[in-house]
Design a protein around this ligand. Structure first.
Ligand SMILES: [Zn+2]
Length: 250
């Protein structure tokens, strides 16, 4: 019985907020318990060992205690802390990571997906940290997110006639590309180069995608389509999408 009350897990902190004068609440994602809320008592005091470590985007090992009576998680210890405070150095990083958080907090994540979503965020932050590449980080996060959410788009040939072309139009309702003759609406132009890049991010592994070079023309085509797909998925407007436009659509 007692064993279940103590939880030890890796985690990435997504958000923090003040709780009273001296405590700090935080939301984190864990590969074993998913997205959860917890309280770090005393964390707002500078003398607290939690003060510097309970911060957004730190990766750490958490020791939590589950109070059954009050139904909350209490932080008892935090170790192996990796600070990701580089994010605060650039507005672009802050905007992009808050978009990632927005998506995670507004998605239903089933227990068999906790691990995938944890690593989705972990690697998306790693791309920013190691390569300073906001384009690759966005493409990685959104492609994998759509894949995990069950969206698989037909990008390699026309969805109607089955032939390959240099130019296509993406159809959000039908989830794929159509050639000049078969496309209806023709709202979202996408060329075969962008289709290849996007497909790579859908199916590729992090280790292979690390070395991908992102062509900005391709990025813009994929970005416009992705943002529209995300708007369709989330019925309520995600505020952070406006931030993204400031960095990618300028
Ligand atoms: Zn066709």
């Amino acid at each position: 019985m007692n064993k279940l009350r103590h939880i030890k897990t890796d985690a990435i902190i997504l958000k923090t907020s003040a709780s009273g004068e001296i405590n700090r609440n935080f939301i984190f994602i864990s590969p074993i318990i998913g997205v959860q809320n917890a309280t770090a008592f005393g964390a707002a005091k500078h003398s607290s060992r939690f003060c510097a470590s309970v911060q957004p985007y730190i990766v750490a090992n958490l020791n939590l205690y589950k109070s059954e009576k009050l139904n909350y998680l209490k932080l008892e210890d935090i170790s192996n802390v990796i600070l990701n405070d580089f994010i605060n150095n650039k507005l672009e990083y802050i905007y992009l990571t808050s978009f990632f958080t927005d998506i995670l907090l507004n998605s239903y994540i089933s227990s068999d997906e906790f691990k995938s979503y944890f690593y989705l965020l972990f690697y998306s932050i790693s791309i920013l940290k190691e390569q300073n590449d906001i384009y690759k980080s966005f493409l990685f996060f959104t492609s994998k997110f759509l894949f995990l959410s069950g969206y698989k788009f037909n990008l390699m040939k026309c969805s109607h006639c089955g032939c390959k072309f240099d130019r296509y139009y993406f159809d959000i309702n039908n989830g794929g590309v159509f050639c000049e003759n078969d496309a209806v609406g023709k709202k979202f132009f996408i060329d075969f180069k962008s289709c290849n890049l996007w497909e790579n991010f859908y199916i590729g592994k992090y280790m292979d995608l690390k070395s991908e070079i992102i062509d900005l023309t391709c990025f813009k085509q994929i970005y416009t389509i992705t943002v529209n797909i995300i708007k369709n998925i989330f019925e309520k407007q995600l505020v952070t999408l406006n931030f993204l436009d400031e960095i990618f659509n300028k």
